[in-house]
Design a protein around this ligand. Sequence first.
Ligand SMILES: C[S@@+](CC[C@H](N)C(=O)[O-])C[C@H]1O[C@@H](n2cnc3c(N)ncnc32)[C@H](O)[C@@H]1O
Length: 283
Amino acid sequence: MKLKELKELTQAKLLKIYGIEESRSIFHLLLNEFLGIDVINFHINGDKKISLDSLNLFNEKISLIEKEIPVQYVIGHVIIEGLKIFVNKSVLIPRPETVDLCNWIIQKKLNDQVILDIGTGSGLIALFLKKNSNNCVIHAWDNSEKALRIAKKNAKQNYLDINFNNVDILKKHDHTIKFDIIVSNPPYVHKKEKNLISNVVLKNEPSEAIFVNSDDDLLFYKTIINFSKSHLKQKGIIYFECHKETINQVKNLLIINKFTDIEIKKDSFGINRMIKANSYGDA
Ligand SMILES: C[S@@+](CC[C@H](N)C(=O)[O-])C[C@H]1O[C@@H](n2cnc3c(N)ncnc32)[C@H](O)[C@@H]1O
């Protein structure tokens, strides 16, 4: 079979699940990862036949995609701004809006600060901040042991030093460290929104990373803001990724709790997605 015939055949399969753009992108991601053929090579060599072994390998991967497994889990990693981040079903697949949040945080030079990432998952935020800072001590917490295993692997593979801890932020704990920055992308989708989430996400990504298991959608924000009142240093900064529908409620929580200089920022899709605020601090 010629490469361009493989593309047509694959796209016909993928279009049952994905739109045209995404199907094309998945085809090229898999072709690059498993057959070592990048987009340029594909266009130059479209008429070349592929070996039976390559075809079998490729079809094996496509059959996983047809079972609605996300391409990132099939490949096993994502590359984000030079970081190779391993992902599997234990961790949320890093989203572009979270990379936007990271880029926002590093707009302010990070030197010699102590930073906490709550709900670290794959470790994306912690790793990104460590890579783009100077002499900062980064702590990263999650209550999923499986997620922490992946995050630790990611820190090791990227030669970054992070202090990981298994902490359930909703439970009482006795950490006494004070932080210059606390950042979190907590679970923020309400259970009643399940019908708006794609099957690919629902069937694969950890639901405890996505959904707030409470009737109070703001549970994590309330808990983390309360925690920050005693664990952020004076003039410390808190950053959150938020649901576009509840970001103004998070803003109100910050106001009520006497945070100052509150700023909401749009992600690269133009959606109000992240918020930051300064602590009045008492430390
Ligand atoms: C939306 S994911 C964010 C993952 C990663 N920080 C990112 O931005 O890609 C939320 C994370 O919070 C963790 N989490 C959920 N409940 C938690 C709790 N009670 N305490 C600590 N972490 C929790 C989940 O395991 C998950 O890794």
